[in-house]
Design a protein around this ligand. Structure first.
Ligand code: PRT
Ligand code: ZN
Length: 310
């Protein structure tokens, strides 16, 4: 089969390398926007034609493949792409179905978005005590691999009915007696008369990679990874500024969350006061600010950090 688009490596020669790292992202869906935003925050500018399969970064040697999330592991396993962003649920399901094919994929970073859990749910009238209550029952799911492993580990013998979507309607339509599906707010379960019973997996979006063999691509990958790490660290950090009586310095330092060595500076015209500036590697909540105030701090300012490179 001819390779119609010369910019895309031909599957027959997936190792073809044009010196640009390839990343697979979800084309549209729950992870899409945040995945793009992460690259943009890492200073990687992409051409905006997101309706195509391929989109190129013009200030970084990176090409972005826009695909269905379920296809991302195969893009990496065949080395069409070296890196990808997807839900842990999809990665682990693929590994559960074929450890041999997907064993080359490693989870590198958790990205703190796309959080959900894979749970077993039953109709509210179902008498459920524990997972053994599902012995001899039918369970509908899109996650056959993970569910089968979970049941097997617990010695539960149930029939699994695979569905691609709308799993929550299975009990109502008598396709199955229970379901195993992703849950985030739980609203879908409630509105379908279902009760969450057991959680198989907690999931969030992750950065994954294959065993990148090419040295040049490895260097590009390391650079991208270092930028993404810096973005995540900055996202989780706050810059805090406050004034403190010298006498209260130790007490205030002890309250500052996730900060090891704050900068202490004199305040002009005030012998008894200093200014403290610190990077706090966690969110600064109202109770902490109130505690700082009780300890003697004043003019407390908490600001987000845009970029941070250690
Ligand atoms: O088209 P493509 O195949 O790429 O996308 P998709 O439709 O398969 O996936 P998409 O975009 O719905 O989800 C992508 C990823 O987002 C998932 O693989 C999860 O890692 C993550 N995620 C986070 C979720 C949810 N939250 C979620 N709530 N994926 C799906 N749901 C669905 C769930 O299946 C159920 O139907 O939302 C419903 C439940 O939501 P609540 O809020 O009512 O509990
Ligand atoms: Zn999908």
């Amino acid at each position: 089969m001819p390779n119609i688009n010369p910019t895309i490596p031909h599957p027959a020669n997936p190792m073809a390398n044009d010196g640009r790292l390839k990343i697979a992202l979800q084309k549209s869906g729950r992870l899409s926007e945040m995945s793009f935003r992460l690259l943009e925050k890492a200073g990687i500018s992409l051409t905006k034609s997101r309706d195509q399969l391929l989109c190129k970064a013009h200030n970084f040697p990176l090409d972005v493949f826009l695909v269905r999330d379920d296809d991302i592991p195969a893009f990496l396993a065949t080395n069409v792409c070296q890196v990808g962003i997807l839900g842990q649920n999809v990665l682990l399901e693929k590994k559960a179905l074929s450890a041999k094919k997907y064993g080359v994929l490693d989870e590198v970073l958790t990205l703190a978005f796309g959080r959900c859990r894979l749970s077993i749910a039953t109709p509210t009238g179902f008498s459920y005590e524990n997972i053994s209550s599902l012995n001899g029952k039918t369970i509908a799911t899109s996650y056959r691999g993970l569910l089968a492993a979970y049941l097997q580990e617990r010695g539960v013998d149930a029939e699994i009915v695979t569905m691609e979507g709308a799993v929550e309607v299975a009990p109502r339509t008598h396709l199955a007696e229970a379901i195993c599906d992703l849950v985030s707010t739980g609203n879908t379960l409630v509105s379908n008369g279902l009760k969450e019973q057991d959680t198989i997996l907690q999931s969030q979006a992750v950065l994954i990679k294959n065993r990148i063999k090419d040295q040049d691509l490895k260097v590009i990958y390391e650079k991208m990874l270092s930028r993404i790490r810096a973005v995540l660290r900055a996202d989780n950090s706050r810059y805090i500024m406050l004034n403190s009586p010298i006498a209260a310095l130790d007490a205030i330092k002890a309250v500052l969350p996730g900060s090891s060595s704050p900068t202490v500076m004199p305040l002009q015209g005030r012998e008894d006061m200093v200014a403290i500036h610190a990077v706090c590697e966690e969110e600064v909540f109202w109770p902490t600010m109130e505690e700082l105030q009780r300890s003697g701090a004043s003019s407390i300012l908490v600001v987000p950090i845009e970029k941070m490179l250690n």
